[in-house]
Design a binder for this molecule. Structure first.
Ligand code: NAG
Ligand code: NAG
Ligand code: CU
Ligand code: ZN
Length: 179
């Protein structure tokens, strides 16, 4: 009886930690919802659980050179040129900021810096806030790459503390369980 209970507890706890360890978003150029053939894949973003905490984000994106706001958004509806992904994923009601700020949206991953528009850029960031469980769970959320640079909340524009003044949405995708 005791053995059965211990085994049951072991199985439940194993299931809990074995949940999601890898996620992926396929990223498409912002598309019009009524054009079935308008989806242009620009790359992928992988999210990998790190032992001991944190998530490693590895993007492989081909796009215009320069810095582009790089965020998890609250919804995964990609229509209306990515506008229907809503605002930045912000379950704790904080201000927009840099990934290293304490006062930041969970979705604030700064900028992707694309070095050369003629080939894929591999961009890596490790983050301690996004996760695959609990309030900061990013599975099923949208991911948006903006046309402009995220000022990390410090630009002094009216929208610096909400969107980082990163401009329109260039491309987006849905974060889904990968493995
Ligand atoms: C990045 O994506 C391209 C396809 O667009 C692929 O050929 C390349 O191998 C990928 N690079 C890495 C490091 O995964
Ligand atoms: C998306 O939002 C931007 C900025 O608010 C706006 O200029 C654009 O027209 C919108 N696009 C669509 C398709 O809703
Ligand atoms: Cu954004
Ligand atoms: Zn934000």
């Amino acid at each position: 009886m005791i053995k059965a209970i211990i085994l049951a507890i072991f199985c439940i706890s194993t299931l809990a930690v074995a949940d999601v360890t890898k996620a992926r978003a396929m990223i498409y150029k912002a598309m019009d919802e009524f054009k079935a053939d308008s989806n242009e894949l620009v790359g992928t973003i992988d999210f990998i659980q790190i032992d001991g905490g944190g998530v490693k984000v590895v993007a492989n994106i081909t796009g215009p050179a320069g810095k582009h706001g790089f965020h998890v958004h609250e919804k995964s509806d990609l229509s209306k040129k990515c506008n229907n992904t809503g605002g930045h994923f912000n379950p704790f009601g904080k201000q927009h900021g840099a990934p290293t700020d304490e006062n930041r949206h969970v979705g604030d991953l700064g900028n992707i810096d694309i070095s050369d528009s003629s080939k894929p850029t591999i961009w890596t960031i490790t983050d301690k806030i996004i996760s695959f469980s609990g309030d900061s769970n990013i599975i099923g959320k949208g991911f948006v790459i903006h046309a402009g640079e995220d000022d990390l909340g410090k630009g002094g524009h009216p929208d610096s503390l909400t969107t980082g003044h990163a401009g329109s949405r260039w491309a987006c995708g849905v974060i889904g369980k990968h493995e």
